[in-house]
Design a protein around this ligand. Structure first.
Ligand code: 5GP
Ligand code: MN
Length: 340
């Protein structure tokens, strides 16, 4: 684990502190897993910890120990702001850019507390303490490395192990993505030795869907447009369709992956009209060396990783889709050349 001023941080952590942990907006399994794992670990060290998430997170993550006590900035701004104001140390987990947490970012910038970033996304902003590694598939794996560097592996109990496992499992697509390494599996082996029940975790995360979610998936698949000469596909879900099936936060998670299941296709995109804001949220997935992080960053005000990224469009549905189709032509040669 590489952190320039690690000893200084370790020293800060040697006295009890009020600590706030923050995941990114629209927290996923890795964001919630890493903040909860750190919350449990730091509490064991005697710190007073709270998590402030910018907005709500999916039901399939709420079974995790401590999840119900997470403060949601969007629902409870006054309390969340005060927690950040009073924090003596702030952890920024699974993201690296203040812009990704909206209003919470403004509160964060006003705080003079030292900030610790642990994250695996590209192009991090500057923080007081930084552990950044884009080769690691999940922030949760970095949390394990951090606890190891602190000399506290014996403090990882079943609860912490469950949180770490959930983040690794979800961010590696169940250990399928290329960046899943032997180190990932070694960490998981250690977690298994702490007694985690992987069948239970898988069931809680993947097999608790509502019938409506599957019906919404049906609509998304039905909307799919394929571009065989670009080895790409896209889907679209309107606000009305989501309303019709009372779509909850996280219900559309994973839909985008279906586009990668098409023979020889390497690029899949889903456009989802945001239910609260006037923009279209976009998810990008790719195979091989087609870099959707750069694609999202350049054209859709987003970012992420080489094979999984997100962004948004303020244009109308028609304009957004037209922009995407035109871009596909620009990338045709690059898409054709991808080896899988
Ligand atoms: P998802 O498509 O599941 O929302 O996100 C895929 C990946 O891209 C995740 O690692 C997520 O953190 C990142 N990501 C999603 N949306 C954005 C965005 O608007 N900006 C940036 N920088 N990253 C994003
Ligand atoms: Mn992550």
């Amino acid at each position: 684990m590489q952190m320039e001023n690690f000893d200084q941080l370790k020293n800060l952590l040697s006295q009890p502190k009020r600590i706030v942990l923050i995941p990114h907006r629209n927290p996923d399994g890795d964001a919630i897993g890493s903040t909860l794992a750190m919350l449990h670990y730091l509490s064991k060290l005697g710190h007073e910890c709270e998590i402030v998430a910018p907005n709500d997170f999916p039901k399939f993550l709420k079974w995790m120990d401590g999840a119900k006590k997470i403060n949601i900035g969007e629902y409870n701004p006054a309390k969340s702001r005060i927690l950040i104001e009073k924090a003596e140390l702030i952890f920024i987990l699974d993201f690296n850019s203040i812009a990704r947490i909206d209003e919470v970012g403004d509160w964060l910038q006003r705080s003079s507390a030292p900030k610790v970033m642990i994250d695996h996304h590209q192009e991090p902003e500057e923080f007081d303490f930084m552990y950044s590694d884009v080769t690691i598939p999940a922030t949760c794996q970095m949390i394990y490395n951090f606890i190891e560097k602190m000399g506290d592996l014996d403090l990882i109990d079943k609860t912490i192990a469950e949180c770490i496992y959930t983040g690794i499992m979800t961010d590696t697509g169940n250990f399928r993505f290329r960046n899943t390494s032997s180190a990932t599996h070694r960490v998981v082996a250690e977690l298994l030795d702490r007694g985690i029940e992987i069948d239970k975790i898988n069931n809680n995360v993947f097999d608790t869907q509502s019938p409506n979610r599957l019906k919404l998936l049906g609509l998304a698949l039905d909307s799919m447009e394929t571009f065989p000469e670009h080895r790409a596909s896209c889907m679209f879900l309107s606000r009305e369709q989501q309303l019709e099936f009372s779509s909850q936060k996280g219900d559309t998670e994973g839909f985008v992956n279906y586009g990668l299941g098409i023979n020889d296709f390497v690029f899949s995109v889903i456009f989802i009209e945001d239910q609260q804001h006037d923009y279209i949220k976009i998810s990008f997935r790719s195979k091989g060396n087609f870099d959707v992080n750069t694609f999202a960053r350049k054209h859709f005000n987003g970012g992420g990783h080489i094979n999984a990224a997100g962004g948004r469009s303020e244009l109308s549905k028609e304009e957004t889709l037209a922009k995407f189709r035109a871009l596909l032509n620009d990338y045709q040669e690059e898409l054709k050349a991808v080896e899988i």
